[in-house]
Design a protein around this ligand. Structure first.
Ligand code: PGA
Length: 247
């Protein structure tokens, strides 16, 4: 069963109020490709303005705290993100796992909080280059899944993104055979943890997705969409990826 594809853009620490004009073209393409779900995850400060500018475009966040409120200086809760207009949140991105030392247990707590608060959790996993070279890619990803995935996930509120760390922002991508191998592992793990519901959870590929490679990557078995960094900042770069997902 082919799942409806999701193309999500991760703006990371990029963007400004002026840059939200890019959303106009992205929203138009999303409306024109009704068979594809589209979301943009801008920095938290831009979520409300992004939602106000394009209320029909999916807007997501890039991180959340697992607590509802309290003494957590600098952090943002799921309820705050939802109030601002977010409907999804990325958790466990490799940049946060590396830069902020986030553990699998913390990623899982964030994903559970996101789901409990009515958002879709986009849980990221992926191996480093050294781990792949050592032949450990499957074991690393499987271990991250076991530690990070919320057991309450469903096809409606959980998405997994496989993002090999060495492919992010480098212009390098795994072979389609390697993508297929890891996505099959992720599907098996989802089914083991969530039963039949695991067959409905979308698995995105992320890491140097762009217009020229999107169609090939999006047609690999168990690739149900893409998580796009650099190529999501400009409508001219992102819209062709939406088109490729429509097929
Ligand atoms: P990239 O980033 O598309 O710029 O490689 C992907 C990501 O980190 O989500």
């Amino acid at each position: 069963m082919a799942l409806r594809k999701l193309v999500a853009g991760n703006w990371k620490m990029n963007g400004s109020l002026a840059a939200l004009s890019e959303l106009d073209g992205i929203a138009a393409a999303a409306a024109a490709h009704a068979g594809v779900d589209v979301a943009i995850c801008p920095p938290a400060t831009l979520i409300a303005a992004a939602h106000a500018r394009q209320p029909h475009l999916g807007i997501g966040a890039q991180d959340c705290h697992w607590n509802d409120a309290g003494a957590h200086t600098g952090c943002v809760s799921v309820a705050m993100l939802a109030e601002a207009g977010a409907t999804s949140v990325i958790v466990g991105h490799s940049e946060r796992r590396a830069d902020n030392h986030e553990t699998d247990a913390e990623v899982q707590a964030k994903a559970c909080a996101a789901i409990a608060g009515g958002l879709t959790a986009i849980v990221c996993v992926g191996e480093t280059e050294a781990q792949r070279d050592a032949g450990d890619a499957v074991a690393v990803v499987d271990g991250q899944l076991g530690g990070s995935l919320p057991r309450t996930g469903t096809g409606a509120n959980l998405v997994v993104a496989y993002e090999p760390v060495w492919a992010i922002g480098t212009g390098r991508t795994p072979s389609t055979a390697d993508v297929a191998e890891i996505h099959a592992v992720i599907r098996s793990r989802l089914m083991a943890l969530l039963g039949l519901e695991g067959s409905k959870v979308r698995i995105l590929y992320g890491g140097s997705v762009k217009a020229s490679n999107a169609a090939e990557l999006l047609h690999v078995a168990n690739v149900d969409g893409a998580l796009v960094g650099g190529a999501s900042l400009k409508a001219a770069d992102f819209v062709p990826i939406i088109e490729a997902a429509q097929g």
